[in-house]
Design a protein around this ligand. Structure first.
Ligand code: S3P
Length: 424
């Protein structure tokens, strides 16, 4: 689908409620499936990725029913049953990597498959630690499909070179069904939703700095209320800052400190951003974010900040085109392993629109501020985050742009356009 986007001189104004967090929606289904009893998930995401997780767990024997459009009731015995067919993870890396940790210790075999993009993404990062725990996984050169031969696993102490919440969660979930203490240490803190939600559901889990340890635990069914996704809010934060005459409030945004790097960056860039009505919901920090059109200055983003904003980097690159000076983003090589090679695709598409952006092996340098010309067709490379970032640039280009493959927004944010329409 081609989406045409043009300049928005009147600005963005008003209030929107951001839809449910994708990372939390996946985890809520997975952990409820491992709990014996009935769990209630409020504000479950309607994105295709969390739905892939839900469908997969139905194939593993759980019962799931919607009480209303956003409330999901999951009933499980806490034990999974052997699937009759391959388990399709669709486009979702979180599904494949986390579920591998759960399936590796079951008393049945299973096959995890994915779409074309997911089948190209690296799985060695989870196969390696799981193999150290005694898991038996067959693949072609560490790519999906993954054939998982359920086995009894043993605990490990693992020091990871990657700050990846998917790898961390995979190992912790395997450790949950293993006798002894499984420890996982990461180089920088990645999102800690798994730790928070497992603790909330009664697991024996402890965090000590960069190390998390877990022992065999039974999970209790719970009511889990999922907050809005800061990664989805990021497009509105960016648009509110760069579109002239804007003043918007984005309600119910998850502000977990391991995910809120974009807030830190906007403050460094001198953006007009305020957090209102902060509270804690199901163990997670939540608040409303108000942004107004701002004069921005460049900043440097690297090291431990990267995992806190990894999914927001393409839209931060858009912000940087409107900031005075050179914005440097480094230490983000793993962006090349996302739904698209987000370093190459962001650089290529922003250059087409007139941005002054240079590709680095592990990030980019953006020379701002530039007037973006637009007037061309751009590609999404089947990547939802690129599609949404390009929409934001479209709002400030001199001439209309056409975004090819815009339907990929449905992976995480089916109501993306509707939310923007409310503010125009
Ligand atoms: C996610 C972790 C991140 C992120 C992804 C969701 C999660 O991936 O990019 O969109 O829910 O755990 P990595 O763990 O590979 O960095």
């Amino acid at each position: 689908m081609i989406k045409k986007v043009s300049k928005c001189p009147e600005g963005l104004n008003g209030e929107i409620t951001i839809p449910s967090d994708k990372s939390l929606s996946h985890r809520a289904v997975m952990f409820s499936a491992l709990a014996n009893g009935t769990s209630v998930i409020k504000n479950f995401s309607s994105g295709q990725d969390p739905l892939s997780t839900l469908n997969l767990f139905k194939q593993l024997g759980i019962n799931a029913e919607y009480k209303d459009s956003e409330t999901l009731i999951i009933t499980s015995s806490g034990k999974l049953s052997a699937p009759k067919t391959n388990l399709d993870c669709g486009n979702s890396g979180t599904t494949m990597r986390l579920v591998s940790g759960i399936l590796a210790s079951q008393n049945f075999n299973s096959v995890l498959s994915g779409d074309e993009s997911l089948s190209k993404r690296p799985m060695k990062r989870i196969i390696e630690p799981l193999a150290l725990m005694g898991a038996k996984i067959e693949s072609t050169e560490n790519h999906a499909p993954l054939k998982i031969f359920g086995s009894k696993l043993h605990p490990i102490s693992y020091i990871s070179k990657l700050a990846s919440a998917q790898v961390k969660s995979c190992v912790l979930l395997a450790g949950l069904n293993t006798d002894g203490i499984t420890c996982y240490t990461e180089p920088y803190l990645s999102r800690n939703h798994t730790e928070i939600m497992l603790k909330y559901m009664g697991a024996n889990i402890r965090t000590d700095g960069l190390t998390v340890s877990v022992t065999k635990s039974s999970l209790e069914p719970k009511e889990i209320t999922i907050c809005g996704d800061i990664s989805s809010a990021a497009y509105f934060i960016a648009a509110g800052l760069v579109v002239p005459n804007s003043d918007i409030i984005i309600k119910n945004v998850g502000l977990n400190p391991t995910r809120n790097g974009i807030i830190e960056v906007v403050k460094q860039m001198g953006g007009n951003l305020e957090i209102l009505d902060e509270k804690t919901v199901s163990g997670e920090q939540v608040g409303d974010v108000r942004v107004k059109s701002s004069e921005l200055k460049s900043c440097k983003i690297s090291g431990e900040l990267i995992p806190k904003l990894i999914d927001e980097i393409p839209v931060i690159a858009v912000l940087a085109t409107q900031a005075d000076g050179d914005t440097i983003i480094k230490d983000a090589k793993d962006l090349r392993n996302k739904e698209s090679d987000r370093i190459a695709t962001t650089v290529k598409e922003l250059q087409k629109l007139g941005a002054n952006i240079e590709e680095l092996d592990d990030g980019f340098i953006i020379h701002g501020k530039t007037t973006l010309t637009g007037g061309v067709e751009v590609e999404t490379y089947n990547d939802h985050r690129l599609a949404m970032s390009l929409f934001v640039v479209g709002l400030i280009c001199e001439k209309e742009i056409a975004i090819n493959g815009f339907e990929w927004v449905n992976i995480s944010f089916p109501t993306f356009e509707e939310c923007f329409d409310k503010l125009m």
